[in-house]
Design a protein around this ligand. Structure first.
Ligand code: C2E
Ligand code: MG
Ligand code: MG
Ligand code: MG
Length: 279
């Protein structure tokens, strides 16, 4: 019953923009203030191979700690930032911070892959790939270890320009990941033409993979599709060993989720790796 309610709520939050608009969590002014005062920060969630549990990378996820209201979730403030012209500033912060962190880990002898979420709203600038590349060089990061994640929904608007920018990023050596796969409307043709190196199966399917035939089949087909087109399949939101085992049996390459590791501040990654490798 609780799980059922949670599912309904999750669906509601995920698919209803009205929820976000009416929810009075925080204002645009407060967000602008937060950016200025550097109240945003990044946490990193581990990604591991499913076949041999090797730690291969992390995904950078942005957080906003409000002085009185506590943590404001990115699903709330990223859409707000996109609608109010604040997304460029946030992206500049998240991209730089994540790239800098990759460079730091690289220097420390742990050249981990770093995935960075990129809003479609800022992928409208043909100079962006060069700007990010310059940033990578300046901060001593390894471009071949950087992955740009874009959501599938983003593929539907401004397609030609969008594809051009993704192709330029790919040519510079960035990996390109299609995030939340299965929730958008990209056609197979678009998928084949885009320079994706990785496909992330949405959490909604993983959550129900054990109990719902449809979710199982969608996951299975997504993995086949990824491999057929030379992409890696990554499952997000793995919360149980049962889900992990099913994904293993389906040949999914990598996984991410609370069962493996929660998003954490950078200084905790090292000890997380030790405990993960010890089990
Ligand atoms: P996403 O890129 O699909 O990120 C995965 C989300 O699932 C994260 O939520 C993560 O904390 C959560 N998650 C991971 N494993 C589990 C699990 O096992 N169970 C459950 N219930 N959840 C899990 P988060 O950090 O709240 O981010 C939500 C979304 O906000 C992201 O979805 C992404 O679309 C967006 N976002 C986050 N950081 C950034 C950013 O720096 N820039 C942009 N443009 N968008 C961001
Ligand atoms: Mg993502
Ligand atoms: Mg995702
Ligand atoms: Mg998402």
């Amino acid at each position: 019953r609780a799980k059922e309610l949670e599912d309904v709520l999750n669906k509601y939050i995920k698919y209803s923009p009205i929820f976000a608009v009416n929810n009075d969590l925080a204002s645009v002014e407060e967000l602008a203030q937060a950016i200025k005062e550097k109240a945003l920060f990044l946490v990193y969630q581990p990604q591991v191979t499913i076949s041999d549990r090797e730690v291969v990378g992390v995904e950078a996820l942005v957080r906003w700690k409000h002085p009185t209201k506590g943590m404001i979730p990115p699903d709330y403030f990223i859409p707000m930032a996109e609608e109010n012209g604040l997304i460029a500033a946030i992206t500049m912060f998240t991209t730089k911070t994540a790239i800098r962190q990759q460079g730091i880990w690289r220097t420390q002898g742990r050249n981990m892959r770093m995935s960075i979420n990129m809003s479609p709203k800022i992928l409208d600038d043909l100079d962006l790939p060069s700007k990010i590349e310059a940033c990578v060089k300046a901060l001593g990061a390894d471009i071949s270890k950087l992955v740009i994640e874009v959501t599938e929904t983003a593929l539907t608007t401004n397609l030609a320009l969008y594809m051009d920018i993704l192709a330029r990023l790919r040519m510079k050596g960035f990996g390109i990941s299609i995030d939340d796969f299965g929730t958008g409307y990209s056609s197979l043709q678009q998928l084949i033409r885009a320079p994706f190196t990785e496909l992330k199966i949405d959490r909604a399917f993983i959550r129900n993979i054990k109990t719902d035939k449809e979710s199982y089949t969608i996951s299975k087909i997504s993995i086949m599709l990824a491999h057929e087109f030379g992409m890696k399949a990554v499952a997000e939101g793995i919360e149980t060993e049962a889900e992990w085992n099913i994904l293993k049996q389906l040949g999914c390459d990598e996984g991410q989720g609370y069962w493996i590791g929660r998003p954490m501040p950078p200084e905790e990654i090292e000890s997380w790796i030790k405990s993960w490798s010890a089990d």
